[in-house]
Design a binder for this molecule. Sequence first.
Ligand SMILES: [Zn+2]
Length: 82
Amino acid sequence: MPKDAETTTCTSCGRKIIWTLSPANKRLPVDARRVPVYDLEPSINGARVIKRGTHYISHFLTCPNASQHSKGNERPSRGVES
Ligand SMILES: [Zn+2]
């Protein structure tokens, strides 16, 4: 089993994700759940969709706290400094 297929939990939103390496060798979290993907095909009766299978999508697109990912794991701020 490849190590990058391990399911983990997003520290920002708590959803299940898988850490992967992008083609550019950057760490990229994807949602652990595959989603159906469609293509649009114009037809006489309006746009029609063709299912293109199920794929993993970047967690940066679905995470409500995506902006926190780039900062890494921040330490909790201290309340009062003495
Ligand atoms: Zn998240």
